[in-house]
Design a binder for this molecule. Structure first.
Ligand code: TRP
Ligand code: ZN
Length: 909
């Protein structure tokens, strides 16, 4: 067991939660901002929590210099217990004042937690436990206080001074020593936990917009950026306006502040942060114009702006009792931002595209997490470093759990549930149980209410359930039955799990694609929703059989439509059945899924072939039926381009790896690449047709229809250039290069460059050089430039030496998380074909970078550490080499808790 310097166990347990011994009612903070030495005076009013036994007050603090402690204005005695400041003899009755004066050094804060400097401006990041790096405090989310904040700083260097809430006063400071200095005073009208505190100070400019809510309330919206970036703020502002309107319209949740600010910062550990009224964003999720940002960037900005805004209710007005409840706010808020993007997308097809993209993230990132050493429940039971638990499980699986609740109670019922949740818990810090109870209580007759205790296993049991389906058609009796068997795999620390509540939406198709009517014989299985031809069954047993009557022909089952539950579906549909669904399934998600299964089957067959029997680069045998089906889809005039692009994109290498017990990343890469190349040739005329029909988009707009057209044109161009590899054709590489040069927007430009890189064409190099020259002053584009190279297809083992070379580039820096991620993560975490080298050089590089990053920024280092999570599944020689690399990192003295936790879990038996 890992222990801290006092010999205390480092592991925090959910079952150890106890209520706070003191409440902090008000906080008055005064900052004298100075990069080398910032002075913080913290005046609080506290009182004992009468519900718990009397005990000393223990305040959290980290990397602070303590100058003074006053209780009710008198200097008080205190002691240190590890990092905590302990006060023993405090008044038992009534409230008392506590004043603490500390200093800290923002300029040296490379962890980017607490108060730090980025490009000569001040920013804060307090979630989860960063506030203790600003002042001594009860740094836990269930202590909610009213904040008043005064910022004092040099006026020329830091003209803009921001904090949460409303600015109530500002002006120049008087007196000696205050020449050229000014101040601003902010009052937040809402109580909040300290993790939502924020301040910003620096030379910034704002795009502003005033809006009037449905209720007639006026608000000022601001997006603050560095002076050169104002021309990249329109999309973020538009997204913010839509977010405000949407939350009011869909959930009846209004903006509760006069002023709502977003600030962009170039050095940031994650995507963005929902500080009350003062959201702080990674520049990547704010800044966009058509020349610098891709369609994916535009879509991400919309999602993240929405996400942080929606936290204003789901997270801020109702917050988490403790960090084990993190998914209470994150799962719900991801669900809300997903629904927001779907509602904005409009058409049914565009909604389905968004759903497919979300499921793809879940299956390529969360399923592996759930099957690996870091597997944890949506509501974890223990952690060493909470920062390691901002995971795809908490966020994306958590969102799926909320989505299942909506499926079980219906959309209207869910709306009612949300209303009850916010009425019941407004201003409180609560638990995942409280949320589920509120949704159930608002829908007492629902399957959710009936099965609530079992449903909540989704919060406590880790691991992705496997759902096997076997079918039987009885032509005589005209019945069709499906038998579902459910198993939940063991995960670290959890075994022998119970069956979960699994909503399964399904339909039956005739061979010609007609939807067949559904009539359960006996109504043995409860149904949460039904139309004539579709039902959502609620499975609660390890084994369930459902039988439909009046089925006059052998049907093709379409199971788990819309991905109605986050499970692995095991079905042995024949190729013919999958082809029927690829042509006709009325559910776009399952239509896409049928295509993915057909492709996956062929890739797995190619991998299973004796390597010697297959051609050198893993040739897959392709059948005419499969090719024809893809051709028809590509030529289908009724389908949206965005859907076609998704359906014609092969499953990712990571997703393929998940299907295998023993993983040879090189072989997966070779077989997938070979299939791609064969499709490039077999569908050549169709790619040509698709490119010609979609490549000219006129003026740029990031809407779903035109971004879908650009995506399909990009895929087609990639295929045409890839086909040229074998034929030696120079025309398409030339056209790609031309398009790269002339592109009117970043999406087309990047796709053209990717086409050249993906084919390993010699024109990729001059294109990269030109790309750098064009955008050398655009940090976010230079990130793309590094990422393209770290993620490049590795044909001669050239990627790693290039990555090492690029680390010496003048534009590279390990300190800037975006830059580190762009090069190092693109290589180690997103380029398996290049990273898993038989000479182990990729792993050596990884261990060096984990250690180097850990000394700068443990949070970022720990994310990189996870690149080898699944090492145990690797084939030799990779497995052995990966283990050695892990041990090398583990052997390093004074690793951060962040990295230590990830590495020791990976190495644990
Ligand atoms: N709560 C933030 C979100 O989901 C993310 C977040 C958590 C974060 N911890 C952070 C951001 C640390 C930056 C740094 O939007
Ligand atoms: Zn969030």
């Amino acid at each position: 067991m890992l222990r801290d310097d006092l010999g205390q166990p480092l592991t925090i347990l959910r079952e150890d939660y106890s209520a706070t011994p003191y409440w902090i009612d008000t906080v008055d903070l005064t900052f004298d901002l100075d990069p080398a030495k910032t002075r913080v005076v913290n005046r609080m009013t506290l009182r004992r929590n009468a519900d718990v036994p009397a005990q000393p007050l223990k305040l959290d603090g980290e990397e602070l210099n303590l100058a003074r402690v006053l209780v009710n204005g008198q200097s008080a005695s205190f002691r240190m217990e590890g990092k905590q400041l302990v006060l023993d003899n405090l008044p038992a009755e009534g409230s008392f004042d506590l004043e603490i004066f500390t200093t800290c050094c923002p300029a040296k804060n490379t962890k980017l937690m607490g108060l730090y400097v980025s490009q000569d401006a001040f920013f804060t990041q307090c979630e989860a436990e960063g506030f203790r790096r600003i002042t001594y405090f009860l740094d836990r989310p269930d202590v909610m206080a009213s904040y008043t904040v005064t910022l004092r700083a040099d006026k020329a260097r830091y003209p803009v001074l921001l904090s949460n809430g409303n600015r109530v006063d500002s002006g120049d400071l008087q007196g000696t020593g205050n020449e050229g200095r000014h101040f601003a005073k902010w009052v937040d009208p809402h109580k909040k936990p300290c993790y939502l505190f924020a301040l910003v100070a620096g030379q910034l400019v704002a795009r502003e917009q005033r809006i009037t809510s449905r209720a007639g309330q006026e608000h000022l919206l601001q997006v603050y950026v560095r002076p050169g970036d104002l021309d990249k703020t329109e999309h973020a502002m538009t997204s913010l306006v839509y977010s405000v309107l949407w939350d009011e319209a869909r959930f009846g949740l209004p903006l509760d502040l006069e002023r709502f600010m977003i600030v962009a910062v170039g050095d940031f550990n994650m995507g963005a942060m929902e500080n009350k009224g003062l959201n702080i964003f990674n520049t990547k999720y704010v800044l966009a114009n058509p020349a610098t940002a891709t369609d994916v960037d535009f879509a991400n900005i919309e999602s993240v702006v929405g996400h942080e805004y929606f936290h204003n209710w789901s997270g801020n007005r109702v917050t988490c009792r403790d960090w084990f409840q993190l998914s209470l706010k994150e799962g719900l808020t991801v669900f809300r931002d997903q629904e927001f993007s779907m509602d904005l997308a409009g058409s049914a097809s565009a909604r389905a595209v968004k759903r497919i993209e979300d499921v793809r993230v879940l299956r390529t990132a969360q399923f592996p997490e759930d099957a690996g050493p870091m597997a944890h429940p949506v509501r974890p039971d223990s952690y060493i470093e909470i920062n390691n638990f901002y995971t795809v499980t908490i966020y994306e699986k958590g969102a799926e759990v909320v989505r299942m609740m909506q499926t079980l109670v219906g959309r209207e019922g869910f709306q009612k549930g949300i209303t009850l949740y916010f009425e019941r818990f407004d201003g409180q810090a609560v638990t995942c149980d409280d949320f589920a109870q509120a949704i159930a209580d608002a829908n007492p007759e629902s399957e959710l209410a009936r099965q609530l205790p079992q449903f909540k296993l989704w919060y406590s049991q880790a691991g992705t359930p496997r759902l096997r389906v076997e079918t039987a058609y009885d032509a005589q009796a005209q019945t069709f039955s499906l038998t579902f068997t459910q198993t939940v795999p063991d995960t670290p620390g959890q075994s022998g799990k119970s069956a979960m509540v699994v909503p399964v939406t399904l339909g039956l198709l005739a061979a010609d694609g007609r939807a067949l009517p559904l009539q359960q014989s006996g109504d043995a299985v409860p149904v949460a929703a039904a139309s004539g031809t579709e039902q959502t069954l609620v499975l609660t047993q390890a084994r369930t059989t459902v039988t439909y009557g009046g089925v006059t022909e052998q049907p093709v089952p379409s199971v788990l439509r819309q991905f109605s539950a986050p499970v692995v579906l095991e079905a042995d549909d024949s190729d013919d059945q999958l082809l029927v669904r690829l042509r006709h399934d009325s559910d776009p998600f399952n239509r896409w899924e049928a295509g993915q299964r057909l492709s996956l089957r062929r890739i797995l067959a190619g991998i299973a072939q004796e390597p010697a029997a297959a051609s050198a680069d893993g040739q897959v045998l392709l059948d005419a039926a499969y090719i024809d089906a893809l051709r028809q889809l590509l030529r289908d005039a009724t389908l949206d381009a965005a859907f076609k692009e998704l359906a014609l994109t092969l499953p990712s290498e990571n997703y393929i790896a998940e299907q295998l017990d023993v993983v040879d990343p090189q072989r997966i890469h070779a077989v997938r690449e070979s299939l791609r190349e064969q499709l490039a040739h077999a569908l050549y005329d169709d790619w040509l047709h698709a490119y010609e029909a979609h490549h000219d988009n006129g003026g740029y707009s990031p809407d779903p229809v035109s971004s879908g057209r650009r995506a399909l044109a990009g895929l087609a161009l990639g295929m045409l250039v890839l086909a040229a590899r074998r034929t030696g054709d120079a025309v398409w590489p030339g056209r790609a290069y031309q398009r790269f040069k002339d592109a009117g927007n970043m999406t087309d430009r990047q796709n053209a460059l990717l086409a050249l890189l993906g084919a390993g064409h010699e024109l990729a190099q001059p294109a990269l050089q030109r790309f750098h020259a064009l955008f050398r002053h655009e940090a976010l584009v230079i990130d793309k430039w590094f990422a393209l190279q770290g993620g490049a297809v590795d044909r001669q083992g050239q990627v790693l030496p290039q990555v090492r070379q690029l680390m010496k580039h003048a534009d590279f820096s390990l300190k800037n998380p975006n830059r580190a991620r762009s090069l190092i993560f693109s290589y180690c975490s997103a380029n398996p074909g290049a990273f898993h080298r038989s000479d182990a050089a990729g792993y050596v590089f990884w261990s060096e970078q984990v250690i180097a990053l850990d000394a700068i920024n443990p949070q970022v280092a720990a994310r990189l550490a996870r690149a080898l999570d699944r090492w145990k599944k690797l084939a030799e020689p990779y497995r052995h080499a990966a283990e050695e690399a892990l041990r090398r990192v583990a052997a390093k003295a004074d690793l951060s808790n962040d990295v230590r936790e990830v590495i020791s879990r990976a190495l644990a038996a």
